[in-house]
Design a protein around this ligand. Structure first.
Ligand SMILES: Cc1cc2nc3c(=O)[nH]c(=O)nc-3n(C[C@H](O)[C@H](O)[C@H](O)COP(=O)(O)O)c2cc1C
Length: 198
């Protein structure tokens, strides 16, 4: 039988493992942590869920970043003050990570500028789509994407970096010898964590 992982009965190590996987997922396309599901709540209180690409995760600051189109429903919900949740399940690691927190849209500031500068040309053109995301079409292909733009301007006005500030983490590790689940909440500069029944 495999040895138990070092975080199995260690709360601080369990939280560190989640952030380590998140940071790794932000730069590793094949990691399940690269593609979290992002939940928001719309103006009628309905939950809305979609996949996003995780672009950055920083355990020190407790923040994560993804990018979206300012004209999208998720951007509208976040601008209206929706809380957010992220969900990842890594079947190889047998680890589920659930994150709840607040989100902030960055459109014109240094955060947005740095994120745009770091985005690839093929990603940037998506933000130039016409009409806006979610607009009804007469047929499936009745939309236009700009050509890749060496000046890196097209789509910039629609581009948003979204920074999520994690306020609560719920971690679940599956093991036949006994699952381990822990919940952490942000308290001042640090985190308070406790084991809970899985
Ligand atoms: C693999 C994958 C990655 C995606 N990455 C993003 C992303 O990083 N940002 C984004 O806004 N939408 C992304 N999408 C599209 C969203 O899941 C969603 O369909 C779209 O943004 C509209 O969402 P909304 O109407 O809820 O705003 C991705 C979809 C898939 C399947």
């Amino acid at each position: 039988m495999d040895p138990l992982p070092p975080f199995y009965d260690d709360l601080a190590a369990f939280r560190a493992e989640a952030w380590r996987r998140l940071a790794e997922g932000a730069v590793t396309g094949r990691s399940p942590f690269h593609l979290p599901a992002l939940a928001t709540v719309d103006e009628a209180g309905r939950p809305r869920l979609r996949t996003v690409v995780l672009r950055d995760a920083d355990g020190e600051t407790g923040t994560l970043r993804f990018h979206c189109d300012a004209r999208s429903d998720k951007a509208r919900a976040i601008a209206a003050g929706s809380g957010v949740a992220l969900h990842i399940y890594d079947a190889g690691a047998k680890l589920q990570v659930r994150i709840e927190g607040s989100a902030r849209l960055h459109r014109d500031d240094a955060v947005a500028q740095a994120a745009w500068a770091g985005a690839r040309a093929m990603s940037r053109v998506c933000y130039g789509i016409d009409p806006a995301p979610g607009t009804p079409l007469t047929e499936g292909g009745a939309y236009a994407l700009p050509d890749e733009d060496p000046q890196a301007r097209i789509g910039r006005e629609n581009f948003c970096a979204v920074v999520v500030r994690a306020e609560r983490l719920d971690l679940l590790y599956l093991d036949r010898r006994g699952h381990r689940r822990a919940v952490f909440s942000q308290e001042g500069e640090g985190w308070r964590g406790a084991w809970v029944a899985p």
